[in-house]
Design a protein around this ligand. Structure first.
Ligand SMILES: Cc1cc2nc3c(=O)[nH]c(=O)nc-3n(C[C@H](O)[C@H](O)[C@H](O)COP(=O)(O)O)c2cc1C
Length: 213
């Protein structure tokens, strides 16, 4: 290499690692059909610990995760079905019939996902509301990527927000002082398990997405 040329920035990771990392990002897709096999507790622990490596506003680490497996996950299905009722009319207009039916089945069964994780934010006056919410979503994306790295799949879901109060009561968070003070808020759910389909990656659009100044 010509010594007058700037050295490429090496960073701590190899080119192979960077390529693999990009492959991981591209491999993540929303999975809505799962094998019934359970996910070992140690695997779930690894994913959750990867999630909390995320940055957070003022380092408040304001995420709170509620992990449903076994009977509690089964009991959650009734709520998932209720959340469908709030969304179905909008989706019926937007989706073609086959996709509408697939989505309805997903809400009724969670695609057989053996794990459902409900993700909350603890909001308070020390941080802007949107910063608190964004911090939790940073952790949720970490969780998604860590799941893919383990060979698992997941689907982040805003649908539980249709039945926020029911979910809060189902989890029992309503008795917590932080909930009663209006600080603890459900943001999304993540259905998680071993993938049982291979959906195409939704194409990414770049028009109007980047504005270089
Ligand atoms: C905040 C958020 C909420 C979402 N809510 C739902 C949902 O309720 N139900 C669902 O089936 N997918 C849901 N998704 C998944 C999106 O539909 C999906 O990410 C999008 O179509 C792009 O596809 P991909 O994840 O395969 O790249 C949600 C995704 C995000 C980030």
């Amino acid at each position: 290499m010509n010594p007058s040329e700037p050295k490429p920035n090496q960073g701590p990771f190899s080119k192979d690692f960077r390529d693999e990392f990009l492959r991981l990002l591209k491999a993540r897709r929303s999975i809505r059909k799962f094998k019934a096999d359970p996910v070992p507790r140690e695997t779930l622990e690894r994913i959750l610990h990867a999630a909390i490596e995320a940055p957070s506003g003022k380092n408040r680490q304001n995420w709170r995760f509620y992990i449903l497996t076994g009977e509690k996950r089964d009991a959650y299905l009734a709520l998932s079905q209720k959340s469908w009722l709030g969304i179905k009319n909008i989706l019926q207009k937007r989706l073609k019939p086959s996709l509408y039916e697939f989505t309805e089945r997903f809400f009724y069964t969670l695609g057989n996902a053996p794990v459902m994780i409900l993700c909350y934010s603890l909001n308070d006056d020390e941080e802007k509301y949107l910063t608190s919410v964004g911090s939790v979503y940073m952790a949720v994306e970490n969780l998604n990527l860590a799941a893919v790295a383990e060979g698992l799949g997941c689907c982040t879901m805003g649908a539980p927000l249709e039945i926020k109060k029911d979910v809060d009561e189902f989890l029992g968070v309503t008795s917590l002082p932080e909930y009663q003070e209006g600080k603890l808020e459900l943001l999304c759910g993540v259905a998680l398990g071993w993938p049982d389909h291979d959906p195409p990656k939704a194409p990414r659009q770049i028009e109007q997405r980047f504005h270089w100044l």
